[in-house]
Every structure is written in structure tokens, then in C-alpha cells.
Design a protein around this ligand. Structure first.
Ligand SMILES: Cc1cc2nc3c(=O)[nH]c(=O)nc-3n(C[C@H](O)[C@H](O)[C@H](O)COP(=O)(O)OP(=O)(O)OC[C@H]3O[C@@H](n4cnc5c(N)ncnc54)[C@H](O)[C@@H]3O)c2cc1C
Length: 417
């Protein structure tokens, strides 16, 4: 694979979908239109992120967060794709809801802390996240091929089918639907959770290994020993009326609770979950650190905001973004995700000089003096170690990492007091 510089998105006559198809077609999975419905897109870009944050109404969140259907009853903010890509920080979202009713604000902020916990956990153990599993998970069936046509979500049950359609067509799901799909895949069907996680990740606009893995592990009971059982009961509660439209209404495949036994915990095998010595490796620097003059600000999927700390510290330096071809060839992300990213890049390019590349980031960035914002993901750290980073900006943590336990959300919260 030879790295190549791409026409900056938004600079020619091509629409964003055309740009994605031409440059990223071979490394992507085409988003289907299974339902034939007009999809409500979550648009990329800072303007859309700012508008979503400004328009979010936290009142009613605690009561409505888990609603699935009808869509207009949902209380979720749909801010996750913007949070995932650094267009809004957790701190900005935290501050934005300060004036809301106490119980709604408390519930919403608790969810922001779950996101922060996922980041802390992933920053510590990263790809070795299997080591965080406290409980054995039953995986009864042979692993299905991770493809988009035959899998445990290919079902005529409307609750599963509509969630799959939303995931693939719009790239976003409520938390409740994510739990339904993960539970159906793993707890009921006994398929390998990592395959399900990969398939969900492929389609999510907000897909992050940190939050997706944590969500799957929680749902299948790998963290608590108690799997979340998904059955008709939840659908009737969270999507009232959906079952009466379902072709399987009288022959419901999820009428009963799936059989899943509680399990005994096993000891943690990864000491890093309890304590780490080198906090700085996880947290990054506390202040802007500079040893030379950068030629480029290297931006990544974590740092696409207009106020990205490194971009703000080096305002006259051109931006550089690399679509990581070796990685993307394996992941085969949805064209929806690429549309979102490309819309964001196109908007950034209106403000700043920018180069966009497709190739191996190490090759593209070799020999260039770079500034970048620290990212709490192992992949970023591995690449950064091989590059000439002459300036690093701190990651905008909601809460600065500490060296103590991250064995569970509760244990992690305790270390914060
Ligand atoms: C199986 C499964 C997979 C998931 N995969 C992802 C993923 O890849 N990326 C991702 O960002 N979230 C993931 N989540 C967490 C959660 O479902 C989404 O963050 C949330 O649904 C996004 O919608 P929202 O922005 O409207 O959330 P809101 O309810 O409006 O919450 C606001 C923000 O709080 C955070 N948040 C809310 N719930 C959670 C949670 N349970 N865990 C962590 N953070 C949370 C998110 O940053 C979210 O944007 C997953 C959950 C499960 C059960």
C-alpha cells in the first residue's frame, strides 16, 4: 500500500459521499438502506456539534433516557459521535446542563462519568481488555463470520430487526438498544461477544473501543457476573406498541428470559487494574510541552474539534490527518462513519490549511516535526512513540486519572473521593 495525499474534502466539486466513495470505498462497508426510510443523519462538523449541544434539553432525561420507541419519546442527547471525536469535551457537556433539574442533571452526569471511566480503563489496559473479564462468558455456538448478512441479529423480530436497521442506516442507537443487541447476540444466542462487538463497532458513528468494549462486557455479565437478560418484557416497557406490529407477535422468539446462570468471580489477572506506577503514560502531560517548532499539527479521530488543544496552541501551523489504511482495511468501517469524519474534516479545512492522506501514518508522518494532543488510547501512544513529536498538548480529561483501582465503576468512583 503506497501512501497518497488526497484532495482536501470540500475543496473540489465532489459531494462528501462521492469523496468517500472514491477515496475510502475499498476500505469501507456500504451503509445499507434496509428499511427504505429516509434516515435522520447525525451530521459531522463543528457547527452540527455546537448546535446539538446548544439544543440539548436535559429536563426529563432521567425518566426518558431508556425510551426506545416511538422515537419522539426518547430522551437521549445523541451527542456521542461529537464526544467520541473531540468536537465537544465531556467538561463542556457537563457544564452545559448545570441549570437543569437536579435528578436529571445527576443522572446525565453519571453517564458522562461512565464514559470517562471507559476511557480511564482503556487507557490502562487497552487491547488486553480480555484481562479485565472477571467472569467466564458462555460462548456456546461456533463463532459466526463477522459479516453483515448472516448473524444473530438477522431476525424477523421487530425489536432486533429495527435496532439492526438503525445501527446500519443511521449509525446510532439508544443505550437500551445496544444492550438488547449485545444481550441477544451473546446471552441468548451464545455467539462470541468479540465478533458482535466488532460488528457493532463497524457501524457506530460513536464507535470507540473504550466504551463499546465496556458496554459489551457489562451487558454479558463479564464485569458483574450477572448478564443482562433481554426479553419481550423490556420491549413492552421501553417501546410500547412495537410488539403489536411485529410479524412474530404470537410466536415471539424472546418471550422468555434467556437462561443465564450467575457466575463466581475469578481473580483479576492484570495488576494494572488495581494500581499503576507510571501514571503519566496513561494521563499524558498536564501542560503544553514543547521542544521544537512543529511543521504540522497531527489530528486524529480523537481530536477533530475546532478547539482541539494542540491546534489551539499552534494556530498558524497546518493540520495533517491520515486515514490509517492498514487499520481501516481490517475494520471495514461503515461509509456512514467516513461521511461523518469527512464532513468534519471539510469544515476544519474551511478554517485551517490541511493535508489529508490515506496510508500508514508512520510512513506519512516520518521526518515531520509534529504537534499533537495526547490521546488516551494505546494505538495513539504506540504511533506517537515512533514519530517526531516536538509539542504535546494535554488531553481534556473530565477527571484527571489516578493510580488506584479501576476494577469496577464503583471502585473507580471511590478513588475519586
Ligand atoms: C453494548 C454497548 C455498546 C456501546 N458502545 C459505545 C460506543 O462505542 N461509544 C460510546 O460512546 N458509547 C457506547 N456505549 C454507551 C452508550 O450506549 C452510548 O454512549 C449512548 O447510548 C450514546 O448516546 P447519547 O449520546 O444520546 O447518550 P446520552 O444518554 O445522552 O449520554 C450522554 C453521554 O454520556 C456518555 N454515556 C451515556 N451512557 C453511557 C454508557 N453506558 N457508557 C459510557 N458512556 C455513556 C456518552 O458519552 C454519551 O454521549 C455502549 C453501550 C453498550 C451497552
Amino acid at each position: 500500500m503506497t501512501a497518497r495525499r488526497l484532495l482536501t474534502p470540500g475543496s473540489g466539486n465532489q459531494s462528501i459521499p462521492e469523496w468517500v466513495a472514491e477515496h475510502l470505498g475499498p476500505v469501507s462497508t456500504a451503509a445499507p438502506n434496509l428499511s427504505g426510510a429516509e434516515t435522520v443523519e447525525i451530521r459531522g462538523g463543528q457547527r452540527a456539534a455546537d448546535a446539538a449541544l446548544a439544543n440539548f434539553e436535559v429536563r426529563g432525561y432521567a425518566r426518558r433516557r431508556n425510551n426506545v420507541w416511538p422515537e419522539k419519546t426518547r430522551g437521549a442527547s445523541r451527542l456521542s459521535p461529537y464526544i467520541r471525536h473531540g468536537l465537544v469535551t465531556l467538561q463542556e457537556v457537563w457544564d452545559r446542563v448545570a441549570d437543569g433539574p437536579d435528578d436529571d442533571v445527576a443522572k446525565f452526569r453519571d453517564e458522562l462519568l461512565w464514559q470517562e471511566y471507559a476511557r480511564h480503563l482503556y487507557a490502562r489496559v487497552g487491547a488486553a481488555s480480555g484481562a479485565t473479564l472477571r467472569f467466564e462468558v458462555d460462548e456456546r455456538s461456533a463463532p459466526p463470520a463477522v459479516d453483515d448478512s448472516e448473524h444473530p441479529w438477522s431476525s424477523s423480530a421487530l425489536c432486533v430487526e429495527t435496532a439492526w436497521q438503525e445501527l446500519t442506516e443511521a449509525g446510532w442507537l439508544t443505550n437500551q438498544q445496544r444492550m438488547w443487541l449485545a444481550s441477544h447476540w451473546s446471552v441468548r444466542e451464545g455467539a462470541r461477544w468479540r465478533d458482535g462487538e466488532d460488528l457493532m463497532y463497524r457501524h457506530l458513528l460513536d464507535g470507540s473501543r473504550a466504551a463499546n468494549r465496556l458496554g459489551w462486557q457489562w451487558t454479558i455479565g463479564a464485569l458483574t457476573g450477572k448478564p443482562y437478560g433481554f426479553s419481550r418484557w423490556q420491549v413492552e416497557k421501553r417501546a410500547p406498541g412495537l410488539c403489536t406490529r411485529c410479524p412474530l407477535e404470537r410466536n415471539c422468539p424472546i418471550a422468555e428470559w434467556p437462561s443465564a446462570a450467575e457466575r463466581e468471580p475469578k481473580p483479576f489477572t492484570d495488576d494494572r487494574l488495581r494500581q499503576i506506577d507510571d501514571l503519566r503514560e496513561i494521563s499524558g502531560p498536564r501542560t503544553w510541552e514543547q521542544s521544537g517548532e512543529p511543521e504540522y499539527v497531527w489530528i486524529t479521530a480523537e481530536s477533530l474539534g475546532i478547539a482541539d488543544p494542540a491546534s489551539a496552541c499552534a494556530p498558524d501551523v497546518p493540520l495533517i490527518f491520515v486515514f490509517d489504511e492498514p487499520l481501516l482495511s481490517r475494520l471495514k468501517l461503515s461509509t456512514n462513519r467516513f461521511r461523518f469524519l469527512t464532513e468534519t474534516l471539510a469544515e476544519l479545512a474551511e478554517e485551517r490549511e490541511m493535508e489529508v492522506w490515506l496510508g500508514n501514518p508512520i510512513e506519512v508522518l516520518a521526518g515531520k516535526r509534529l504537534a499533537a494532543t495526547f490521546a488516551p488510547v494505546p494505538g495513539w501512544r504506540e504511533r506517537a512513540a515512533l514519530l517526531d513529536l516536538v509539542a504535546i498538548a494535554p488531553w481534556p480529561w473530565l477527571q484527571w486519572p489516578r493510580a488506584g483501582s479501576v476494577t469496577s465503576y464503583t471502585a473507580w468512583r471511590r478513588t475519586r473521593r
